[in-house]
Design a protein around this ligand. Sequence first.
Ligand code: EPU
Length: 308
Amino acid sequence: MYSYADLEGLLKPGKVRLNESMARHTTFRVGGRADALCLPETRYDLLEVIGWASLRGIPWLLIGNGSNVIFDDEGFRGIVIKIRGSNPANDTLWHLNKDHDLIHAGAGVSLARLAWFSAAYGMSGLEFGSGIPGVVGGSIRGNAGAHNCELSQSIESIELLIPPNTITTISAADVHFSYRHTDIDPNAIITGAVFRLIPEEPELIRDRITSFTEYRKQTQPSADQSAGCMFKNPSGDSAGRLIDLAGCKGWHVGGVKVSEQHANFLVNSGEANTADTHRLIDKVRDRVLIEMGIELELEVRILSPEVA
Ligand code: EPU
Protein backbone atom coordinates (compact mmCIF):
# COMPACT_ATOMS: atom_id res chain seq x y z
CA MET A 1 0.00 0.00 0.00
CA TYR A 2 1.11 3.56 -0.50
CA SER A 3 0.00 7.06 0.33
CA TYR A 4 0.53 9.95 -2.07
CA ALA A 5 1.42 12.01 0.99
CA ASP A 6 4.74 10.09 1.07
CA LEU A 7 5.73 11.96 -2.10
CA GLU A 8 6.02 15.10 -0.02
CA GLY A 9 9.28 13.84 1.48
CA LEU A 10 10.89 13.66 -1.97
CA LEU A 11 10.62 17.30 -3.05
CA LYS A 12 10.91 20.74 -1.49
CA PRO A 13 7.93 21.98 0.56
CA GLY A 14 5.04 23.04 -1.68
CA LYS A 15 6.34 21.07 -4.68
CA VAL A 16 3.89 18.21 -4.19
CA ARG A 17 0.18 18.95 -4.26
CA LEU A 18 -2.41 16.28 -3.63
CA ASN A 19 -5.76 16.12 -5.40
CA GLU A 20 -4.81 19.11 -7.56
CA SER A 21 -7.08 20.58 -10.23
CA MET A 22 -5.56 20.29 -13.70
CA ALA A 23 -7.63 23.25 -14.87
CA ARG A 24 -5.18 25.35 -12.83
CA HIS A 25 -2.19 23.94 -14.69
CA THR A 26 -3.27 24.05 -18.32
CA THR A 27 -3.71 27.04 -20.61
CA PHE A 28 -7.20 25.87 -21.71
CA ARG A 29 -8.21 25.82 -18.02
CA VAL A 30 -10.34 22.67 -18.08
CA GLY A 31 -9.87 19.23 -16.51
CA GLY A 32 -10.51 17.53 -13.20
CA ARG A 33 -8.12 16.64 -10.40
CA ALA A 34 -4.95 14.56 -10.53
CA ASP A 35 -4.18 12.36 -7.51
CA ALA A 36 -0.90 14.27 -7.17
CA LEU A 37 0.96 17.05 -8.94
CA CYS A 38 4.75 17.18 -8.60
CA LEU A 39 6.87 20.18 -9.48
CA PRO A 40 10.46 18.88 -9.66
CA GLU A 41 13.30 21.39 -9.97
CA THR A 42 16.18 19.15 -10.99
CA ARG A 43 16.84 15.93 -12.90
CA TYR A 44 17.49 14.33 -9.52
CA ASP A 45 13.99 15.37 -8.32
CA LEU A 46 12.55 13.91 -11.51
CA LEU A 47 14.36 10.61 -10.98
CA GLU A 48 13.11 10.46 -7.39
CA VAL A 49 9.47 10.96 -8.36
CA ILE A 50 9.55 8.55 -11.30
CA GLY A 51 11.41 5.96 -9.21
CA TRP A 52 8.81 6.27 -6.44
CA ALA A 53 5.93 5.89 -8.88
CA SER A 54 7.48 3.02 -10.85
CA LEU A 55 8.20 1.02 -7.71
CA ARG A 56 4.52 1.21 -6.79
CA GLY A 57 3.14 0.76 -10.30
CA ILE A 58 1.58 4.23 -10.23
CA PRO A 59 1.00 5.92 -13.60
CA TRP A 60 2.75 9.24 -14.12
CA LEU A 61 2.58 11.79 -16.85
CA LEU A 62 4.84 14.69 -17.75
CA ILE A 63 3.61 18.09 -18.87
CA GLY A 64 5.50 21.29 -19.60
CA ASN A 65 3.43 24.43 -19.41
CA GLY A 66 0.15 22.56 -19.96
CA SER A 67 -0.32 24.45 -23.21
CA ASN A 68 -0.94 21.67 -25.70
CA VAL A 69 -2.83 19.27 -23.52
CA ILE A 70 -6.38 18.80 -22.26
CA PHE A 71 -7.17 16.67 -19.21
CA ASP A 72 -10.37 14.71 -18.81
CA ASP A 73 -13.13 16.08 -16.56
CA GLU A 74 -12.30 13.12 -14.29
CA GLY A 75 -8.72 14.35 -14.00
CA PHE A 76 -5.85 11.87 -13.86
CA ARG A 77 -5.40 8.76 -11.69
CA GLY A 78 -1.74 9.00 -10.89
CA ILE A 79 0.97 11.65 -10.75
CA VAL A 80 1.22 14.62 -13.08
CA ILE A 81 4.75 16.00 -13.24
CA LYS A 82 4.96 19.60 -14.40
CA ILE A 83 8.40 20.91 -15.33
CA ARG A 84 7.92 24.55 -16.27
CA GLY A 85 10.18 26.84 -14.26
CA SER A 86 11.71 30.26 -14.39
CA ASN A 87 14.67 30.67 -12.05
CA PRO A 88 17.61 29.91 -14.39
CA ALA A 89 19.92 28.23 -11.85
CA ASN A 90 22.44 25.90 -13.42
CA ASP A 91 21.40 22.50 -12.17
CA THR A 92 17.66 23.01 -12.62
CA LEU A 93 15.35 21.78 -15.36
CA TRP A 94 15.18 25.40 -16.51
CA HIS A 95 18.85 26.29 -16.80
CA LEU A 96 19.72 28.66 -19.63
CA ASN A 97 23.29 29.42 -20.74
CA LYS A 98 25.12 30.77 -23.75
CA ASP A 99 28.30 29.09 -24.97
CA HIS A 100 29.69 30.64 -28.21
CA ASP A 101 27.08 29.91 -30.93
CA LEU A 102 25.25 27.49 -28.68
CA ILE A 103 22.48 27.95 -26.15
CA HIS A 104 21.93 25.28 -23.50
CA ALA A 105 18.37 25.19 -22.20
CA GLY A 106 16.57 22.98 -19.71
CA ALA A 107 13.34 21.26 -20.71
CA GLY A 108 11.25 23.53 -18.47
CA VAL A 109 12.36 26.82 -20.06
CA SER A 110 9.53 28.55 -21.90
CA LEU A 111 10.07 29.09 -25.63
CA ALA A 112 9.32 32.78 -25.14
CA ARG A 113 12.07 33.13 -22.56
CA LEU A 114 14.46 31.20 -24.81
CA ALA A 115 13.66 33.51 -27.75
CA TRP A 116 14.27 36.70 -25.75
CA PHE A 117 17.41 35.30 -24.10
CA SER A 118 18.85 34.43 -27.54
CA ALA A 119 17.92 37.86 -28.89
CA ALA A 120 19.73 39.59 -26.02
CA TYR A 121 22.92 37.74 -27.01
CA GLY A 122 22.47 38.50 -30.72
CA MET A 123 21.66 34.92 -31.65
CA SER A 124 19.01 34.25 -34.25
CA GLY A 125 16.88 31.23 -35.07
CA LEU A 126 14.37 30.97 -32.24
CA GLU A 127 12.39 34.20 -32.73
CA PHE A 128 9.35 32.27 -33.96
CA GLY A 129 9.03 30.70 -30.49
CA SER A 130 8.37 34.02 -28.76
CA GLY A 131 4.58 33.61 -28.97
CA ILE A 132 4.39 29.85 -28.44
CA PRO A 133 3.21 29.12 -24.89
CA GLY A 134 5.11 25.81 -24.58
CA VAL A 135 8.40 24.84 -22.93
CA VAL A 136 11.55 23.41 -24.51
CA GLY A 137 10.87 19.74 -23.68
CA GLY A 138 7.35 19.41 -25.05
CA SER A 139 8.09 21.72 -27.95
CA ILE A 140 11.02 19.62 -29.11
CA ARG A 141 9.00 16.42 -28.89
CA GLY A 142 6.25 17.97 -31.04
CA ASN A 143 8.73 19.91 -33.23
CA ALA A 144 6.86 23.13 -32.52
CA GLY A 145 6.86 25.79 -35.18
CA ALA A 146 5.36 29.01 -36.48
CA HIS A 147 6.06 31.58 -39.21
CA ASN A 148 7.55 28.90 -41.49
CA CYS A 149 10.21 27.97 -38.93
CA GLU A 150 10.42 25.00 -36.59
CA LEU A 151 12.66 23.90 -33.74
CA SER A 152 14.35 21.16 -35.79
CA GLN A 153 16.22 23.89 -37.69
CA SER A 154 18.19 24.96 -34.59
CA ILE A 155 18.60 21.88 -32.40
CA GLU A 156 22.11 20.53 -32.01
CA SER A 157 21.53 17.84 -29.39
CA ILE A 158 18.92 16.66 -26.91
CA GLU A 159 19.41 15.34 -23.38
CA LEU A 160 17.14 12.44 -22.45
CA LEU A 161 16.30 10.68 -19.23
CA ILE A 162 15.28 7.12 -19.93
CA PRO A 163 13.46 5.70 -16.91
CA PRO A 164 14.36 4.45 -14.47
CA ASN A 165 17.78 6.13 -14.37
CA THR A 166 19.69 6.47 -17.65
CA ILE A 167 20.70 9.96 -18.76
CA THR A 168 22.00 10.25 -22.29
CA THR A 169 22.50 12.83 -25.05
CA ILE A 170 21.48 12.25 -28.64
CA SER A 171 22.48 14.27 -31.68
CA ALA A 172 19.66 16.03 -33.53
CA ALA A 173 21.05 14.37 -36.66
CA ASP A 174 19.84 11.05 -35.27
CA VAL A 175 16.25 12.25 -34.81
CA HIS A 176 13.68 12.24 -37.57
CA PHE A 177 11.77 15.52 -37.43
CA SER A 178 8.62 16.15 -39.43
CA TYR A 179 5.68 18.56 -39.15
CA ARG A 180 4.73 18.69 -35.43
CA HIS A 181 6.34 15.28 -34.90
CA THR A 182 9.58 13.55 -33.93
CA ASP A 183 10.52 9.91 -33.54
CA ILE A 184 12.08 10.46 -30.09
CA ASP A 185 11.42 7.40 -27.91
CA PRO A 186 8.03 8.06 -26.25
CA ASN A 187 9.35 6.49 -23.03
CA ALA A 188 12.25 8.94 -22.83
CA ILE A 189 11.92 12.28 -21.04
CA ILE A 190 13.54 15.29 -22.66
CA THR A 191 15.42 17.10 -19.89
CA GLY A 192 17.24 19.71 -21.96
CA ALA A 193 18.69 20.65 -25.33
CA VAL A 194 21.47 22.54 -27.05
CA PHE A 195 20.56 24.94 -29.85
CA ARG A 196 22.99 26.17 -32.53
CA LEU A 197 22.07 29.72 -33.55
CA ILE A 198 23.24 32.35 -36.01
CA PRO A 199 24.90 35.56 -34.79
CA GLU A 200 23.03 38.70 -35.81
CA GLU A 201 22.40 42.24 -34.52
CA PRO A 202 20.18 41.98 -31.40
CA GLU A 203 18.08 44.87 -32.66
CA LEU A 204 17.16 42.97 -35.87
CA ILE A 205 16.28 39.87 -33.89
CA ARG A 206 14.10 41.88 -31.49
CA ASP A 207 12.33 43.53 -34.46
CA ARG A 208 11.51 40.10 -35.84
CA ILE A 209 10.09 39.00 -32.47
CA THR A 210 8.00 42.17 -32.31
CA SER A 211 6.55 41.62 -35.78
CA PHE A 212 5.71 37.97 -35.01
CA THR A 213 4.03 39.09 -31.78
CA GLU A 214 2.05 41.70 -33.68
CA TYR A 215 0.95 39.10 -36.28
CA ARG A 216 -0.24 36.78 -33.53
CA LYS A 217 -2.13 39.56 -31.77
CA GLN A 218 -3.88 40.41 -35.02
CA THR A 219 -4.69 36.83 -36.06
CA GLN A 220 -4.99 34.71 -32.90
CA PRO A 221 -7.11 34.89 -29.71
CA SER A 222 -3.99 35.25 -27.55
CA ALA A 223 -5.86 36.86 -24.65
CA ASP A 224 -8.36 33.99 -24.39
CA GLN A 225 -7.94 30.67 -22.62
CA SER A 226 -7.10 28.10 -25.29
CA ALA A 227 -4.85 25.11 -25.95
CA GLY A 228 -3.32 26.75 -29.03
CA CYS A 229 -4.13 25.34 -32.45
CA MET A 230 -6.47 22.40 -31.95
CA PHE A 231 -5.75 20.58 -35.24
CA LYS A 232 -2.61 20.02 -37.30
CA ASN A 233 -2.53 21.73 -40.65
CA PRO A 234 -3.22 19.30 -43.46
CA SER A 235 -0.44 19.26 -46.06
CA GLY A 236 -0.32 22.55 -47.98
CA ASP A 237 -3.30 24.14 -46.20
CA SER A 238 -4.37 25.74 -42.94
CA ALA A 239 -6.81 23.91 -40.66
CA GLY A 240 -8.04 27.33 -39.50
CA ARG A 241 -8.82 28.40 -43.06
CA LEU A 242 -10.70 25.14 -43.73
CA ILE A 243 -12.75 25.33 -40.50
CA ASP A 244 -13.55 28.94 -41.30
CA LEU A 245 -14.63 28.09 -44.88
CA ALA A 246 -16.74 25.21 -43.56
CA GLY A 247 -18.69 27.82 -41.57
CA CYS A 248 -17.79 26.75 -38.04
CA LYS A 249 -16.55 30.09 -36.61
CA GLY A 250 -18.59 31.02 -33.54
CA TRP A 251 -19.97 27.49 -33.06
CA HIS A 252 -20.13 26.57 -29.40
CA VAL A 253 -21.01 23.72 -27.10
CA GLY A 254 -21.48 24.80 -23.49
CA GLY A 255 -18.63 27.11 -22.62
CA VAL A 256 -16.34 26.06 -25.51
CA LYS A 257 -16.38 28.10 -28.68
CA VAL A 258 -14.67 28.11 -32.09
CA SER A 259 -12.77 31.41 -32.03
CA GLU A 260 -14.13 34.14 -34.29
CA GLN A 261 -10.58 35.38 -34.73
CA HIS A 262 -8.86 32.13 -35.78
CA ALA A 263 -11.00 29.07 -36.40
CA ASN A 264 -8.33 26.57 -35.35
CA PHE A 265 -8.56 27.79 -31.74
CA LEU A 266 -11.22 26.59 -29.33
CA VAL A 267 -11.62 29.13 -26.55
CA ASN A 268 -12.91 28.68 -23.03
CA SER A 269 -15.50 31.22 -21.90
CA GLY A 270 -14.72 30.25 -18.32
CA GLU A 271 -17.45 27.61 -18.12
CA ALA A 272 -15.88 25.03 -20.45
CA ASN A 273 -15.38 21.36 -19.67
CA THR A 274 -13.70 18.52 -21.53
CA ALA A 275 -16.92 16.68 -22.46
CA ASP A 276 -18.18 19.78 -24.29
CA THR A 277 -14.76 20.17 -25.93
CA HIS A 278 -15.00 16.61 -27.29
CA ARG A 279 -18.45 17.35 -28.69
CA LEU A 280 -17.32 20.54 -30.40
CA ILE A 281 -14.21 18.86 -31.84
CA ASP A 282 -16.38 16.08 -33.32
CA LYS A 283 -18.84 18.59 -34.80
CA VAL A 284 -16.07 20.63 -36.41
CA ARG A 285 -14.27 17.57 -37.75
CA ASP A 286 -17.49 16.17 -39.22
CA ARG A 287 -18.37 19.48 -40.89
CA VAL A 288 -14.90 19.92 -42.42
CA LEU A 289 -14.98 16.34 -43.69
CA ILE A 290 -18.40 16.81 -45.27
CA GLU A 291 -17.76 20.30 -46.70
CA MET A 292 -14.09 20.09 -47.64
CA GLY A 293 -13.44 16.34 -47.86
CA ILE A 294 -10.51 16.62 -45.43
CA GLU A 295 -10.10 14.72 -42.17
CA LEU A 296 -8.47 16.92 -39.54
CA GLU A 297 -5.98 15.41 -37.13
CA LEU A 298 -5.70 16.68 -33.55
CA GLU A 299 -2.55 18.59 -32.61
CA VAL A 300 -3.54 18.91 -28.96
CA ARG A 301 -3.18 15.84 -26.72
CA ILE A 302 -6.46 14.89 -25.05
CA LEU A 303 -5.76 12.65 -22.09
CA SER A 304 -7.85 9.93 -20.60
CA PRO A 305 -8.01 9.71 -16.79
CA GLU A 306 -6.51 6.23 -16.54
CA VAL A 307 -3.77 6.10 -19.15
CA ALA A 308 -0.25 7.45 -18.81
N1 EPU B 1 -7.26 31.73 -42.09
C1 EPU B 1 -8.59 31.94 -42.32
N2 EPU B 1 -9.47 31.84 -41.27
C2 EPU B 1 -9.06 31.51 -40.02
C3 EPU B 1 -7.70 31.31 -39.77
C4 EPU B 1 -6.80 31.41 -40.83
O1 EPU B 1 -8.99 32.20 -43.44
O2 EPU B 1 -9.92 31.43 -39.14
C5 EPU B 1 -6.31 31.90 -43.19
C6 EPU B 1 -5.43 33.14 -42.97
O3 EPU B 1 -6.07 34.30 -43.43
C7 EPU B 1 -4.19 32.78 -43.78
C8 EPU B 1 -4.12 31.26 -43.66
O4 EPU B 1 -5.39 30.81 -43.24
O5 EPU B 1 -4.38 33.10 -45.13
C9 EPU B 1 -3.04 30.82 -42.66
O6 EPU B 1 -3.36 31.37 -41.38
P1 EPU B 1 -2.23 31.64 -40.28
O7 EPU B 1 -1.16 32.54 -40.81
O8 EPU B 1 -2.91 32.03 -39.03
O9 EPU B 1 -1.51 30.25 -40.13
P2 EPU B 1 -2.10 28.84 -39.73
O10 EPU B 1 -1.60 27.87 -40.77
O11 EPU B 1 -3.55 28.85 -39.50
C10 EPU B 1 0.00 28.17 -38.37
C11 EPU B 1 0.27 27.36 -37.13
C12 EPU B 1 0.19 28.25 -35.91
C13 EPU B 1 1.14 29.42 -36.04
C14 EPU B 1 0.74 30.20 -37.30
C15 EPU B 1 1.63 31.42 -37.56
C16 EPU B 1 -0.50 25.04 -37.20
C17 EPU B 1 -1.63 24.11 -36.92
N3 EPU B 1 -0.75 26.32 -36.99
O12 EPU B 1 -1.37 28.55 -38.35
O13 EPU B 1 0.62 27.45 -34.82
O14 EPU B 1 1.07 30.26 -34.91
O15 EPU B 1 0.86 29.31 -38.44
O16 EPU B 1 2.88 31.00 -38.00
O17 EPU B 1 0.57 24.60 -37.61
C18 EPU B 1 0.01 25.96 -33.04
O18 EPU B 1 0.74 25.13 -33.58
O19 EPU B 1 -0.55 25.76 -31.92
C19 EPU B 1 -0.23 27.23 -33.73
C20 EPU B 1 -1.13 28.08 -33.32
